[in-house]
Write a protein that binds this ligand. Sequence first.
Ligand code: ZN
Ligand code: ZN
Length: 354
Amino acid sequence: MTAPAAPTRIAQLAASLDEPLLVLDPTNVRYLAGFRSSNPALLVRPDGGATLYSDFRYAEAGRTAAAAAGVEFVVSGRVLLKDLAARLTGRIGFEAGFVTYDGWETLGSAGAELVPRRGVVEALRAVKDEVELDAIRRACEITTATYQRIAEEGLVGRSEREVAARIEQLFRELGADGAAFAAIVAAGANGALPHADPGDRPIEAGTLVTIDCGARVDGYCADCTRTFATGPLPDDLARAYAVCLAAEEAGLAAIRPGGVGAAVHEAAHAVIRDAGWGEQFGHGLGHGVGLEIHEAPTLRPESEDVLVAGNVVSCEPGIYLAGTGGVRIEDLVVVRDGAPEVLTRFPKALLTVD
Ligand code: ZN
Ligand code: ZN
């Protein structure tokens, strides 16, 4: 007797379907079929059969990917939705969060009965397999090594923009595809803006510098934030750092299977609120990370998402003191039975880099 083959992602999706699902989000197609195209579709049927579509530009890659995934490949017209409309019959599920109103009109123009579906493939993507975890782990290792280099090279006198460019250069030198998102480098008062754009002013001594960045490896993202001191700090910034670190540890301690997004957020927010800065932490504690930098599940006050083993989530409380500065500390972790596995290993004790 031989062991049954491991279920493929397409088979896993098919088992959850009531009618065929037309997958049009290129990230979802890449996840399911290992096919990268700017103009793809994947029709997955409840019986496990599937057809991959893309236009002439992608025909060769499409045939190769389809053969590897065990599905049929069809060369479509360049105007994909119009082409698909003529092929679709009966009830067809579509990704309501991805298809535009125009696209919906086109898809249904030849008579298919379109059924909106939400988050179906995203729910599968939220639980990572070992291949995916390996890519995310490598992206985090490169990100950690980049923080090490940046700390060695120093911050004072360089501009935020210069440091951000250097980070992206280091990612590539260290073997990443590139950056998962544009690096945030926010010094002094800019640190009070969670998504500050790096500017040209030289970084000054005696303040905090928040750096939020992540490498991308095999399409998978890392996400990590560290905040550095550039010399002796004013008391409020030193205290904000200590409170933020305590909140981050409290958040990590709440990340486990069965944890509800809102409750995990609250575990960290309570620490900041008790210190008197509840209103100065105005964003969610964390988000899922994978092929996209923000994906399911989410950790924020409104989130009903329930964590399961294999989720990859960030834990990133911040304290933003308008006009003075800010601190954010972010780790990326794998939800495990017991304590989460922390992938971003750069130390979190306040480090002075001048
Ligand atoms: Zn981040
Ligand atoms: Zn993040």
